[in-house]
Design a protein around this ligand. Structure first.
Ligand code: H2P
Length: 822
């Protein structure tokens, strides 16, 4: 009889049942008779964790023994979502667990609903980090994700009378079974204080930073289970605590509250995730947050390196790669310099050589607000030694790289300098990232081209090989296997079970795109997914929609450049057409939105309000015979995306060309058989290349046309006066048609689109967008044509597997070797 390999899954149904019950009693302290759904969920997680921990230990032993280069992915955001179903799928335990629980009279998907989302991110950037650590583990690369253990993730969104209300998100209020606290790896982090110059006995000068305060960083590890369950890496998230949190003297003297003040202050650091765009709020705290998690992570990396190599730093850059996910972790560069120079006594040049080889930086957007800048005075106070180091990096860069290339050119120096001059001098983190990294990548072809040509052209001249591209991807385990089980089963049947690892295999399905029987199977699955979503919509919003209609979905952060307002204008135009002619020829359509607005972004919140007010009016207007419905799903998050994406017919990817760096929702929806209506922006371009432009509804101005129009001088009034539909729709915002008795409540949208200059050219693209929607409608009315396009979209998304992105990072940036865990 063949003996089982060590890595084989050892659990059968009976063993898993026994383990769940054992944990229910011994870990949860309850019994079958009185256990709540939540206790059953936690007991199930504990049973699964027996498998996870075993593999985690084996992975760590293997990595220690092999001692190969590892990637450290530093990100202020990891949007993990729920882990139960993902971990079960990746351990190949989903089916057996489903059956084990059924025997116990329970339903696995119901139990999964008990799990709060780990919403430690805003949107695509954080979700990308989550997909990447899944792929790194799947591909057996030694990797650690480092981030912040926010007590509150992204706010929970409630909709009250159409308006967004932010509520705290308490994802771990009642404990999270997937995280492990590691008190043995606590770190202490200095802040504030002053720098002293000390002359040593041998005559050399040394800088000593006397911290004004110290904060404790407590690590929480989330095991990251690779598909197949061989490698289990970790995501290490740092929680802040006070080092000496309780002052007994103050307490004894009667200052009961004061004695705890330091504790409260220290814990504030990891309290909340900052929503984007609110850059004015709590600047100092945000800088401290960034430094806190970077410094903890660098210390952790050092500790592990020294365990294997002692104080010999000659191998450091061969062993360690650090990826900076956006500019948020930039401070890790001067921090590593500080540790190497001040604490490990390396010469500046040696330390810089190491840093340069270790760091790489991913840029996720060209929008200026994302290239962080910190006031010099703030740095001076919070991180005085780092400011000195940054000045030194800058002066060497300007004299060694800029001066020889542009002798005497002060304008170029001012542009490339890490320090921005002005009333308030600022540290430009973007420039520091580019100067301190050996590679800088954009996240889709067109975006990387714009990073080179528009954002950092001079840096590209200085280092012609530094700027590169790695197109984003998504994990097919979560975004097809787990979220769309029926389609996954169909693909298992048609191409075999290897596709979750080799998504390119789906290409062979293209040959069935014309096959009527296959079309029927494919569209029946879509129909089932839509029927499930109908129930969710009813439960969440009370709105009745029909699965007969086209489900047209736009899910992403709310931002003017993503142009939810363009979608809304078009919906209002359709409504007008239907009112003018109740027999207006269109297939019934449900427009579905899911989106959170940054709390300080007033216009974004106004757009949410307008969508909800238009929805109320449209959904209750019997004259249009249910042909048009508008649904705003509250509290958009990963677990909701998992229900929306498999049910999408149409994927709205309508950003102004040149503004959406990549997008990843576009990949997820196409993979699940939605047809993209989109601009030639970000990864849409590559999606259209893969699926064929004839299978997408591409519309609107291109990147170059956008630039040309802006250069000519764009006047939205030209479109307002030239297009009567645009005018009518915009004027509607000023009436009380959607807000009875309260005219003008929606006027801010019209104002932004006209007097505000319509920065993102919604009016310029309106006509083309409307035409593209007509095309969608015509296609849908031919079910076989639609099915064919939907199948081709799903089958050709192999490129957008995040495993491919990771292999690109490995080949172009990290130079890692995979390290199989036996
Ligand atoms: C951002 C970009 C997206 C990109 C994503 C991941 C910042 O995400 O805007 O275009 O796909 O990073 O690289 P988001 O807008 O969803 O927050």
């Amino acid at each position: 009889m063949a003996t089982k390999k060590k890595t084989d899954i050892l659990l059968d149904k009976e063993q898993l049942k026994a383990s769940i019950i054992r944990h229910l009693r011994s870990t949860l302290g309850t019994s079958e008779e009185k256990a709540s759904q939540e206790s059953w969920w936690k007991a199930t997680a504990a049973a699964v964790n027996e498998q996870v921990y075993e593999r985690l230990t084996r992975t760590q032993q293997t990595h220690l023994k092999q001692d190969t280069r590892a990637i450290h992915y530093l990100s202020a955001e990891f949007l993990m979502g729920r882990l139960t179903s993902n971990n079960l799928h990746n351990l190949s335990l989903y089916k057996v667990c489903d059956e084990a629980l059924a025997d116990l009279g329970l339903n696995l998907s119901d139990l999964c609903e008990c799990e709060p989302d780990m919403a430690l991110g805003n949107g695509g950037l954080g979700r990308l980090a989550a997909c990447f650590i899944d792929s790194l583990a799947t591909l057996s690369y030694p990797a650690i994700g480092y981030g912040i253990h926010y007590e509150h993730g992204l706010f929970r969104q409630e909709i009250q009378d159409g308006r967004q209300i932010e509520r705290p998100d308490s994802w771990r209020e009642y404990g999270n079974p997937w995280e492990i606290c590691r008190p043995e790896s606590v770190q202490e982090i200095p802040l504030y204080g002053y720098v002293e110059t000390v002359f040593c006995d041998d005559g050399h000068m040394k800088k000593v930073w006397h911290a004004g305060r110290k904060i404790k960083g407590v690590p929480w590890d989330i095991p990251v289970v690779g598909f197949g369950g061989h490698t289990v890496n970790i995501l290490r998230l740092w929680e802040s605590r006070a080092s000496e949190f309780f002052d007994w003297d103050v307490f004894n003297a009667g200052g009961y509250l004061d004695s705890q003040a330091e504790k409260a202050q220290a814990e504030t650091i990891s309290k909340v995730l900052y929503p984007n765009d609110e850059t004015e709020a709590g600047k100092e705290l945000r800088l401290i947050q960034q430094y806190f998690f970077c410094a903890c992570s660098i210390k952790d990396i050092m500790r592990r390196y020294k365990r294997a190599h002692g104080n010999d730093f000659s191998h450091f850059a061969d062993q360690i790669a650090i990826q900076l996910n956006d500019t948020h972790p930039t401070i890790a560069i001067p921090e590593l310099m500080r540790v190497l120079v001040d604490e490990e006594d390396l010469q500046w040049e040696k330390a810089w050589d190491i840093c340069y080889r270790v760091f790489a930086y991913t840029n996720h957007t060209l929008l200026p607000e994302a290239l962080e800048k910190w006031a010099v005075y703030l740095f001076e106070r919070v991180l005085p030694r780092h400011l000195e180091i940054i000045y030194e990096i800058n002066s060497r860069f300007l004299s060694e790289k800029v001066e020889p290339m542009w002798p005497g050119n002060d304008a170029i120096k001012a542009k490339l300098s890490i320090i921005e001059e002005g009333d308030v001098r600022k540290v430009r983190m973007g420039n520091l990232c580019v100067i301190g990294s050996n590679k800088v990548n954009g996240v889709a072809e067109v975006h990387s081209r714009l990073v080179k040509e528009d954002l950092f052209p001079e840096f590209d001249q200085i280092w012609p090989d530094k700027l590169c591209n790695v197109t984003n991807g998504v994990t097919p385990r979560r975004w097809l296997l787990a979220c769309n089980p029926e389609l996954a089963a169909l693909y298992d049947e048609v191409v075999g079970k290897e596709w979750p690892l080799k998504l390119d295999l789906l290409r062979s399905v293209v040959k069935f795109a014309d096959d009527k029987a296959f079309q029927k199977q494919f569209m029946t699955i879509k129909r089932h997914n839509k029927e499930k979503l109908v129930e969710v919509i009813k439960a969440e919003t009370g709105i009745d929609v029909s699965a007969e209609a086209i489900f047209d979905i736009q899910i992403k952060r709310l931002h003017e450049y993503k142009r939810q307002q363009l979608n809304l204008l078009h919906i209002m135009a359709l409504y007008r057409r239907l009112l003018a002619d109740p027999d207006y020829d269109m297939h019934p359509r449900v427009f579905i939105f899911g989106s959170k607005a940054a709390p300080g972004y007033k216009l974004a919140k106004d757009i949410i309000y307008a969508i909800n007010k238009v929805a109320e009016r449209v959904n209750n207007d019997v004259r249009i015979k249910g042909k048009l419905k508008v649904v705003f799903m509250p509290n958009y998050r990963v677990s909701l995306a998992e229900k929306l994406i498999p049910a999408a017919d149409v994927s709205e990817q309508i950003s102004t060309a040149g503004y959406e760096a990549s997008g990843t929702g576009n990949m997820k929806m196409a993979l699940n058989g939605a047809i993209t209506i989109g601009t030639l922006d970000g990864a849409n371009i590559e999606i259209a290349e893969e699926a064929g432009e004839e299978n997408c509804a591409i519309f609107g101005l291109t990147v170059d046309e956008v630039k040309a129009l802006k250069a000519r001088g764009y006047n939205p009034y030209d479109f307002y006066y030239a297009n009567s539909e645009i005018k009518a729709v915009l004027d509607w915002f000023d009436t009380d048609y959607f807000t009875p008795g309260r005219p003008g409540e929606l006027s801010s949208i019209k104002r932004a689109l006209l007097d505000g200059g319509d920065t993102y050219l919604a009016l310029a693209d309106f006509a083309a967008y409307s035409e593209a929607h007509r095309k969608i409608d015509t296609w849908y009315c031919d079910p076989s044509l639609w099915a064919k396009k939907a199948i081709i979209n799903s089958a050709t998304m192999g490129k957008f597997n995040s495993d491919r992105s990771i292999e690109d990072y490995v080949a172009r940036i990290w130079g890692l070797k995979s390290c199989k865990v036996g």
